[in-house]
Every structure is written in C-alpha cells, then in structure tokens.
Design a protein around this ligand. Structure first.
Ligand SMILES: Nc1ncnc2c1ncn2[C@@H]1O[C@H](COP(=O)(O)OP(=O)(O)OP(=O)(O)O)[C@@H](O)[C@H]1O
Ligand SMILES: [Mg+2]
Length: 230
C-alpha cells in the first residue's frame, strides 16, 4: 500500500499517482480520501483527481469508496469542512479506507491532499491518518504503508523536498521512493537541481518526469521506474 504526498499542492501528485497506477500489475485501485475542489453533478460532488485515479484502477470501486470526503470549494479541507459544520479526523479517513477492499488490492495507492502536514483541524493532520493506517496494516498483514514523495520541480523545491522527507521520517513512516516532476516549464538549472536532490535525497529515486505540455498518465509513466518500489 502506498501513500503519495508532494512538496506542495500542484506538485504533480495526481499525475504521478495515475502514472504509477497505469504501470502497476494485478488488482489496483487509487484513492483520494479527502478532496476539495469538486464539481456538483446529478450524482453528487465529483473531484477530478479521484476521477483520474479511477480511470487507472480496475477493482470497480464506487466513487464514494474512492473519495469518501469531498468539498465543493478548492480551499483547505478543514476550512471547507468548518463551513458546512463537518468535523474531519485522522481516524475518519482510515475507517473510510478500511471499509473498502483496499487490503485485497495488489497495488493500492492513496493520494494525499496538499503536502505532508495537511491540517484536518483539532490538531490533527492527514499525516496522522497515514500513521494510523501504517500501524493497522503492520498488525494485519505485516506490510507497511510506503510513502512516495513527489517533488514539484520549481525554484524553492530543494528546501521543500528536504523538509518533507525529514518530516515523514520523523513521523516514523517509510519513504519508498521519490519522483522529480517538472511542473515549471521554465525552471532554470534543472540538471543541477536534480543532481543536488539526487545527492541529498537518501531514498529510492523513481525518475524524472520532464515538463509535459500534454501531460497524461501514459506519457509520465514512460519516465518512471516502478521496479524501484519493490
Ligand atoms: N510534468 C508535468 N508537465 C506538465 N504539467 C504537469 C506536470 N506535472 C503536473 N502538471 C500539471 O500541473 C497541474 C497540477 O498537477 P497535479 O494535479 O498532478 O498536482 P497535485 O499535486 O495532484 O495537486 P493537488 O494538490 O490539487 O492534488 C495539473 O494541471 C497537471 O497536469
Ligand atoms: Mg491531485
């Protein structure tokens, strides 16, 4: 089971998650447990990240299973929740995920929201959900939740990448891979920044995804080495 986090919102978590799912074998499913920024349809709120992950999944999960917590405005989830008197908590997220066939998947991937320390309110964070989930799967099938860090390559990303890696590891979680994803078409000194990150990031490197004007899961997948994950 994997949890995909990023250096920031818009770092490319959905693109990289979709690409990794497209490369995975067997029963696979992607989850976006908390999404803000949805479209209201006759069937309810729909979030494009959840829909992109569903398009690369093959376990026939319902939209509600993939995205149990959805908010209309594209704002911080705990603020969106407060506006409609909803209380978020780390355990709510974990319970929603464990109510699905997630443990039966050969490849299950959960996309976070924002970055690693996304607030849920009441002094809880989405990272607490990952900790709880990791504790649960360790006791049930001796696996671990592997965290994948997507570094959105732009000016300032070195600091964000190193702080995020440090925070994940300080939380006792295992980072099983990182991806350099070029979100800024005009970033200067890409090669030198990439070399610096490769030297400082002490976890497996899954690849560098260049800026893709027509970004798609299939195109991004060509740049990723999923074998590094096992
Ligand atoms: N390598 C890339 N080349 C070109 N565009 C990219 C690349 N990576 C991401 N993008 C674009 O940047 C935007 C943000 O990417 P994405 O939605 O994957 O980020 P995210 O981290 O999932 O954001 P969120 O925090 O909203 O979940 C999207 O429009 C996506 O298509
Ligand atoms: Mg996303």
């Amino acid at each position: 089971m994997y949890f995909v986090t990023g250096t920031d919102t818009d770092s490319g978590k959905t693109l990289i998650s979709s690409a990794l799912l497209s490369l995975a074998q067997g029963n696979k499913c992607g989850f976006k447990p908390i999404a803000s920024g949805c479209v209201l349809t006759p069937d309810g709120l729909r979030n494009p990240d959840a829909q992109a992950l569903m398009a690369q999944s093959n376990m026939g999960l319902s939209y509600q299973q993939v995205n149990p917590i959805a908010f209309d405005p594209a704002i911080a989830p705990h603020i969106a929740a407060a506006q409609i008197d909803v209380t978020l908590s780390a355990s709510k997220v974990v319970e929603a995920l464990l109510a699905t066939p997630i443990l039966a998947a050969d490849f299950a991937l959960i996309e976070g929201a924002g970055g690693w320390r996304l607030p849920l309110g009441n002094n809880q964070y989405l990272s607490d959900s990952v900790k709880q989930l990791d504790a649960y799967v360790q006791t049930h099938n001796a696996e671990r939740v592997g965290v994948i860090l997507v570094v959105g390559m732009k000016l300032g990303c070195l600091n964000h990448a190193l702080l995020t890696l440090q925070a994940i590891e300080a939380d006792g979680l295992k980072v099983v891979g990182w991806v350099a994803n070029q979100v800024d078409a005009n970033m200067s000194e890409i090669a030198a920044n990439l070399a610096s990150l490769q030297q400082m990031m002490t976890v497996p490197y899954l690849g560098y995804v260049p800026y893709l004007p027509q970004a798609s899961a299939e195109l991004a997948a060509k740049h990723l080495d999923i074998a590094q994950l096992s």
